[in-house]
Design a protein around this ligand. Structure first.
Ligand SMILES: NC(=O)c1ccc[n+]([C@@H]2O[C@H](COP(=O)([O-])OP(=O)(O)OC[C@H]3O[C@@H](n4cnc5c(N)ncnc54)[C@H](OP(=O)(O)O)[C@@H]3O)[C@@H](O)[C@H]2O)c1
Length: 334
């Protein structure tokens, strides 16, 4: 079987296609034929060596595919079932802990950039019925993160106001979930063309964060009192304005860092005088992923796939991701 492996030195030019023996499932395991993966910023950091991994590690946390064989004692899956990976394959349910979150697909354990893989039966979930493999492959990282931020941690209710920042995978899925839940959605982007697409998807007002550096204040005013939920994807690049944009009593999900966002300044009195609740979160558990799958099966929501690449084109797919030309998700199908 073909895999793509990461070199310890990192670098997209060092991603190498290798031929490895077909794996065979042990007790409690399933053999999956991965059919699609999707790109996340975390995968990019692994690929370029910014997150150090073992030599030969198979990258990509997201995968969707078909069960080819089940090992001894597995009765939860059968040949032909369509399944998708979990970012934290050991986090089944409950609060996160070190033991539950130490294993990360495509970082500390092999990921989904392989034609075949053996995994513990409980480290996948079903994909939503009717979803293609490519659509399902957008869900385990970006989809679940937006789901957890808005639904699990945010307890989003119809009529509430939600801010999504930029037009990447997490934000576009957050926009779709929020609209499906009857919320009012506001957004930022750096691109006038993307602003039009956001509006066509039901976004009430869009602010260009490059043209308006006080976009948080602007959105607070435009929304008539601020956001009940903010998906902050930029960390130090965005958090101060996310706090400005939030309504009194609002919820901010601290999800990511963009640009120079590893560190940054915030005005602390705004946190308490606005009675804000801030949740730092990383993806979610199997229980949450299953809840998301159940909800998607009862909705018309379909992930937005910007572009699909082939197996041999992973490096080009990462280059395209780094260009930030995309809207929604980038996938690789094989
Ligand atoms: N905590 C978690 O569990 C989790 C899970 C998934 C992702 N993340 C993190 O969340 C962040 C977003 O991930 P993603 O996969 O959705 O990203 P993505 O697909 O790479 O998209 C990022 C988008 O953000 C916008 N952007 C870029 N620089 C910006 C800045 N300085 N200020 C505001 N917006 C900016 C751009 O949108 P426009 O082109 O529209 O301007 C860009 O397309 C990343 O840091 C990622 O690592 C965290």
């Amino acid at each position: 079987m073909k895999v793509i492996a990461v070199s310890k030195t990192g670098g997209l030019e060092n991603l190498c296609i290798e031929e490895r023996p077909d794996p065979s499932p042990g007790p409690g395991e399933i053999l999956v034929r991965w059919r699609a993966t999707s790109l996340n910023f975390h995968d990019y950091l692994v690929a370029v060596g910014a997150i150090p991994v073992e030599e030969g590690r198979i990258p990509m946390s997201d995968g969707a595919g078909e069960v080819l064989e089940v090992g001894q004692g597995v009765n939860t899956w059968k040949k032909g079932d369509h399944v998708m990976s979990m970012f934290f394959p050991n986090w089944q349910e409950g609060r996160p802990s070190l033991a539950k979150t130490r294993a990360i697909m495509g970082e500390s354990v092999d990921g989904c950039m392989a034609e075949k893989a053996c995994l513990p039966a409980q480290s996948v979930t079903a994909i939503p019925q009717g979803y293609s493999f490519a659509e399902a492959a957008t869900l385990p990282c970006a989809g679940l993160t937006a789901w957890r931020a808005l639904i699990e941690e945010g307890a989003l209710r119809p009529g509430q106001k939600v801010l999504v920042e930029g037009t990447g995978g997490v934000s576009i899925f957050g926009l779709q979930l929020a609209r499906a839940a009857g919320a009012r959605v506001f957004a930022t982007t750096s691109s006038p063309q993307k602003a039009e697409r956001l509006k066509a998807m039901g976004v009430e007002a869009v602010v260009n964060y490059r043209e308006d550096e006080r976009w948080g204040k602007t959105l607070f005013k435009l929304s008539g009192g601020g956001m009940d939920h903010v998906l902050d994807v930029g960390g130090g690049s965005t958090m101060q304005q996310s706090i400005e944009a939030a309504a009194i009593g609002g919820h901010i999900a601290a999800i990511g860092i963009l640009g120079n966002g590893r560190k940054g300044e915030i005005t602390f009195p705004k946190l308490f005088f606005k009675h804000l609740r801030m949740t730092g979160l990383a993806v979610g558990s199997r229980y949450m992923q299953q809840a998301m799958v159940d909800a998607l099966e009862n909705s018309n929501l379909r992930p937005v796939i910007d572009r699909s690449f082939g197996f041999e084109e992973l490096a080009q797919a990462f280059q395209y991701q780094a260009s930030a030309a995309h809207f929604g998700k980038i996938v690789v199908e094989f």
